[in-house]
Design a protein around this ligand. Structure first.
Ligand SMILES: Cc1cc2nc3c(=O)[nH]c(=O)nc-3n(C[C@H](O)[C@H](O)[C@H](O)COP(=O)(O)O)c2cc1C
Length: 411
């Protein structure tokens, strides 16, 4: 039993889909609520800090089934900003092991995303402007570095660096770096791993006919543009234990532009053949240079959930939905409609780290606080007869009465 007393597998889902356990390979999550990877810009030389323990730990205490550590760079050049977490050297394992342990001890499956930003790196933290690192940043010890990409093409105007176009040999080295980082993630105790193949970062850049104009085996035809992604999947799977599930994040926004569903499914089937289990269907885009002259497609959630459902049907793979899923009833409806197997929550979890346990109450599952840490749950269960915990209306009726009987105060 973990210290919080929360069972790893919460059996009593009260008929909800969201609180059914989820199993992939040998790993069981207590429910379908996933905390999406979210960069914190708070690492030191790629090493996770106390911030990551506290920030991620509260989602485990808040009842989520799976908690993802942010995009963690497979090499130093692949960071978005200096404060990104990394797994490019062994010293970065130990601080992440602490994070994984806290998540696991508190009932969540410890999960991590690996990433490489390619030509979209060398930026400031969001609170410092999120612009390109400049001379002032260099003066305080955060110099820009030479970013890399499939071709020497910047993201666009506005100060974006011209990336160093990776040689064929350098691409192959980088594929190895993905595998090595996956090995370190397993050593740190993570049980689910996601490859960031979306949001205009390196893998996405190789897939893109706009960012990738290479003439070697990694560019040109769609088969060649898929090659880097498929080799990364192979390298990661070779290092990532066979009993642990592998996720892959894609950008559904590509479907608004050049990419057909058939081409996307072709890539996904290649990933499946290489041992990818779950497709994380991000709504986010990021290849800013896709031609955007065509008709814009509405970005409502339903449209994305329908895409997820098609991907599920066409690939037979599990799908995770993400993007502005705030209402537990919507999450429940997506799962019940078979549009996804998992629901990832991002910003709403920053707003409310207890999203999962609150969702559970809203859906009427386990009203007895079973999913809450026992240090909190028993007190809350006793209080339940006195207050409506969801609306925070503590003894509103009694409070009104008290105010009414207090001289000089009107309720
Ligand atoms: C602070 C922050 C950091 C993020 N960092 C990452 C990241 O490291 N990797 C990634 O794939 N997406 C990242 N995202 C995107 C989220 O994973 C998620 O897909 C997005 O926020 C949409 O979900 P939401 O509407 O529930 O927030 C980040 C989002 C936020 C708000």
């Amino acid at each position: 039993m973990p210290p919080s007393g929360v069972p790893l597998q919460e059996a009593d889902a009260h008929g909800t889909a969201l609180f059914q356990p989820y199993k992939a390979r040998d790993v069981v999550a207590r429910n379908r609520v996933v905390i999406a990877p979210m960069q914190q810009y708070s690492a030191v030389d790629g090493h996770a800090t106390d911030w990551h323990v506290a920030h991620l730990g509260r989602f485990a205490l808040g009842g989520a089934g799976i908690v993802f550590v942010e995009s963690t760079a497979v090499e130093a050049r692949g960071r978005n900003a200096h404060g990104d977490t990394g797994l490019w050297k062994d010293s970065q394992i130990e601080p992440l092991r602490r994070v994984a342990k806290v998540l696991k001890d508190n009932g969540a499956v410890p999960a991590i995303q690996l990433g490489h930003t390619g030509r979209k790196g060398a930026l400031q933290a969001p609170w410092a402007g999120h612009s390109h690192l400049n001379a002032d940043d260099a003066a305080r010890g955060e110099a820009a570095w030479q970013v890399v990409g499939p071709s020497a093409l910047p993201v666009g105007d506005g100060g974006w660096q011209v990336p160093h176009a990776l040689s064929t040999a350098e691409v192959k080295e980088l594929v190895k770096a993905w595998g090595e980082a996956a090995h370190r993630a397993a050593q740190a105790g993570f049980e689910m791993l996601e490859v960031h193949g979306a949001h205009g970062y390196l893998i996405h850049q190789f897939l893109s006919p706009v960012a990738n104009v290479r003439t070697d085996e990694y560019g040109g035809s769609i088969k060649n543009r898929h090659r880097f992604a498929l080799e990364v999947a192979e390298a990661v799977r070779a290092q990532w234990p066979a009993h642990l599930p592998l996720f892959w994040r894609i950008s559904l926004a590509d479907l608004d532009h050049e990419l057909s569903m058939d081409e996307l499914v072709d890539l996904l089937m290649g990933l499946k053949a290489r041992g990818v289990d779950v497709i994380d269907c991000s709504s986010g885009g990021g290849i800013s240079n896709y031609p955007t002259d065509g008709p814009r497609v509405a970005r409502g959630l339903e449209y994305r959930a329908n895409d997820g459902q098609r991907i599920k049907a066409m690939t037979g793979m599990d799908v995770m939905a993400v993007g502005l899923i705030i209402d537990p009833h919507l999450a429940e409806a997506i799962l019940k409609a078979g549009q996804a197997d998992l629901i990832a929550i991002g910003r709403e979890a920053l707003f409310n780290p207890n999203w999962a346990v609150h969702a559970q109450m809203s859906l009427g599952a386990n009203p007895d606080y079973a999913l809450w840490p026992r240090q909190h749950g028993s007190y809350l269960a006793k209080r339940a007869g006195m207050a409506d915990p969801l609306r925070n209306t503590v003894l509103q009726r009694d409070a009104s009465r008290m105010l009414a009987s207090t001289p000089g105060v009107t309720a």
